[in-house]
Ligand binder design. Structure first.
Ligand SMILES: [Mg+2]
Length: 323
């Protein structure tokens, strides 16, 4: 088995879990290339020879991993998402057992599932066109401000930084959004308009129900509230009602579609997969890239199929779930 591990050493707390993973993964006859990313890496270049391996392991935070998966879209090599970041939301959404030895075993078993990625594009303040791939959630408004506020504390506080930022944030501005989903236009007022490939946030909270990354659709989410405390209320509901089906989300409205265009009444900050970008935008477009990448899934993942016991690479003596 030939594996390419692409690791961002700047992600998260500088976790060394990826080395435990490699130790659990490799056995006699295997080859494993470790590629350490530099600051300002180009994901396309990091993945340029991906097809010459049996598998690519994307190791980093959500931003790093999403950019690597986007670079691998439409290419004939499976990818394993390895959680080396602060929140590791993509890994949580995939639902694999996150321990290094369990992920190593999943790679050897080699079960994969095709999943969607999304693409967001917008015009910069100087009129230049930006296009970025994403795997989780992107958009404008309060959410982007929250990410910006959390950034300085992320390395120290981890997930708590997001909640601290939400509580510390002053009342966010309410914007008017003109939202066109697959040709149908809706007008809404809210503090954020997001597009999501995955909707599970910090603390295992599904912010809208039935958001899947294998249905060929993206979810458009409008946050129709004007205070951080009110934003936290649906999140608190999420703690007792994780699916969102029983109580609902009074301050969140969502739509599904393949293509969306969002126009904002005022220039607002934009965020891509948790990364707040400099400057503001008046509008953005997003589209889904159905079944763009094949990811490794284990028996715990909601994206996996029933385990038939076969192993693609074999020779694994790793015990993922010791008794
Ligand atoms: Mg979807």
């Amino acid at each position: 088995m030939r594996t390419l591990v692409i690791h961002n050493p700047k992600s998260g707390f500088g976790s060394d879990a990826i080395f435990q993973f490699v130790r659990a993964l490799v056995s006699a006859g295997d080859e494993c290339v470790m590629r350490m990313l530099e600051d300002d890496f180009a994901a396309d270049r990091a993945c340029s020879d991906a097809e010459s391996f049996d598998m690519v392991v994307a190791s980093g935070g959500d931003g790093t991993v999403a950019s690597l998966l986007y670079a691998l879209r439409g290419r004939d090599v499976p990818a394993c998402v390895f959680p080396s970041g602060t929140a590791n939301l993509l890994c949580a959404n995939i639902g694999n057992a996150p321990e290094p030895s369990a992920l190593a075993r999943a790679c050897r078993v080699g079960k994969t599932a095709p999943v969607d990625l999304c693409e967001i594009s917008w015009e910069g303040e100087g009129g230049e066109r930006h296009v970025r791939g994403f795997a989780l959630m992107s958009g404008t408004g309060f959410d982007a401000q929250l990410m910006q506020a959390a950034l300085p504390n992320k390395a120290v506080m981890g997930q708590a930084a997001y909640f601290a930022a939400a509580l510390a944030n002053p009342r966010p501005a309410v914007e008017r959004f003109s939202i066109t989903v697959d040709g149908r236009t809706l007008e809404r007022e809210g503090i954020a308009c997001l597009v999501a490939n995955n909707a599970m946030m910090q603390g295992d909270i599904q912010i809208v129900p039935d958001c899947r990354m294998d249905d060929g659709l993206l979810d458009v989410i409008v946050v129709e509230t004007s205070g951080a405390a009110q934003l936290l209320k649906p999140l608190a509901f999420g703690l007792v009602d994780r699916s969102g089906k029983a109580i609902g989300r009074p301050h969140l409205e969502s739509f599904k579609g393949r293509e969306v265009r969002v126009e904002c009444s005022e220039p607002v900050p934009i965020e891509v997969d948790g990364e707040a970008l400099p400057g503001t935008v008046r509008s953005y477009e997003a589209r889904v890239l159905p079944a763009a990448v094949r990811i490794v899934v284990d028996a715990m993942s909601p994206y996996g199929t029933a385990d038939d016991g076969s192993s693609r690479f074999g020779h694994s003596d790793v015990i993922a779930y010791p008794e």
